[in-house]
Ligand binder design. Structure first.
Ligand SMILES: *Cc1c(COP(=O)(O)O)cnc(C)c1O
Length: 390
């Protein structure tokens, strides 16, 4: 095979061109236009929520959520260390202090450690949780690779300690609980705020873009207002608050409306392909495909191969470059945020599992267009590389 098999690329098999053309023909290309409203309405319907605001990126959705929560300089926000850095940077945009939390075996935030941090490292006066004199205002929970974090365990802890929950569902659009207390609830609709991303490699894309929702519909209205420079008067330039240029454009929204029509099909393909990979790696001793939370239906956005570090001789860099030479794009999971230069000075609480997973997880090609033959080829080549025969 002399073909290149990418990790994750967009799929525009639907009405994308038609709707984008329409937006351009109408002349509505910027931060006003009918497609923006349509995307918001369609997303709200899909997620079964009252109100959704479309914005410029997942990062801006996270930043706006922190603004609405009232995170201020000197406040503390609890964040995962094993995640993409965009989930953490907005904490610093507000000049607040991140404290890094460990993951559990789902790669998402460990609720047991979240609880013990609040109980043992903080002071609770019945209203406010304080960590070293700083008010702990919120926790950012990331649904890593489309896997639902343990919201059944996290929500009661947040409630107990008066913490706002911001769900980073940028990788988990479409993931929902299929059973239990939150049956039918989608990732991003359980906490106080939910943030989504439509970047190029996410399950649906608008090139760049994002969205947010909240259990408080008025908060979403307020953030939509802030995202368009907080202009109070439709005719005159009156601004009573500091706003942002964080709104999605109509051209992006046109793409988004088309992509959302295909989401159910994309998730089905991601699930089918996951099963195929799983059977390919069944019984293989040097690596296994990680599973998704059992009482959920996951969008299975990214597939994680867990490498047996004891028995695989080559390091991650060797694996990635060897496969790249074979035309297969794979990616090692993120480096821990608490080890990145801007974040080394901040506290990291009892980080034990995250470093192990950071060394062992490999993401493998998962585009919705990937074929059965390609999955078999990728699997066979990965096995060879891990066995040291290439
Ligand atoms: C993609 C991503 C983001 C940021 O989304 P953008 O739209 O790229 O700003 C944030 N958090 C996580 C976990 C992501 O994967």
């Amino acid at each position: 095979m002399d073909k290149y098999i990418p990790l994750s690329i967009p799929n525009f098999e639907g009405n994308e061109r038609k709707y984008v053309d329409d937006a351009i023909n109408q002349g509505w290309v910027s931060t006003g236009g009918a497609y923006i409203t349509k995307l918001e309405e369609n997303m709200a319907e899909y997620l079964n929520v009252e109100n959704v605001a479309a914005c410029q990126s997942g990062t801006s959705a996270l930043h706006l959520s922190l603004v609405e929560v009232g995170v201020e300089p000197g406040d503390t926000v609890l964040v995962p260390t094993l995640t993409f850095i965009a989930a953490v940077n907005p904490v610093r945009y507000q000049f607040a202090t991140p404290v890094f939390m460990d993951c559990d075996d789902s790669l998402c935030m460990d609720p047991v450690k979240l609880q013990s941090f609040c109980e043992e490292e903080c002071e609770w006066d019945g209203e406010v949780l304080k960590h070293k004199q700083s008010v702990v205002k919120a926790v950012i929970v990331v649904h890593v690779f489309g896997n639902m974090a343990d919201m059944e365990a996290i929500m009661p802890i947040a409630k107990k300690y008066n913490l706002k929950v911001i769900e980073d569902a940028t990788e988990a659009l479409g993931t929902c609980y299929s059973d239990g207390k939150y049956k039918g609830k989608y990732a991003g609709t359980i906490g106080d705020f939910g943030c989504y991303s439509f970047n190029g490699n996410k399950i649906i894309t608008t090139g760049g873009g994002g969205a947010l929702t909240s259990t408080d519909a008025k908060a979403v209205d307020h953030l939509r207002f802030l995202s368009t420079q907080a202009k109070t008067d439709p005719y005159f330039y009156v601004h009573d608050e500091i706003g942002y240029n964080y709104r999605m454009t109509n051209v992006q929204a046109a793409l988004g409306v088309a992509q959302l029509e295909e989401l159910t099909e994309f998730i089905k393909r991601k699930n089918d392909n996951y099963e195929l990979y799983k059977s390919e790696f069944e019984g293989f001793e040097l690596a296994k495909l990680m599973s998704f939370r059992s009482n959920t239906y996951s969008n299975k956005w990214f597939y994680s191969l867990l490498i047996d570090r004891k028995h695989v001789g080559c390091d991650m860099r060797d694996i990635v470059t060897a496969l790249d030479e074979k035309g297969i794009q794979v990616r090692s999971i993120w480096g821990l945020i608490s080890n990145q230069l801007p974040y080394r000075e901040y506290e990291a609480y009892s980080i034990e599992k995250a470093p192990c997973y950071a060394e062992r997880v490999l993401n493998i090609p998962c585009s919705t267009q990937i074929t059965v033959d390609e999955i078999k080829y990728v699997s066979a080549e990965i096995k060879q590389v891990l066995q040291g025969v290439w």
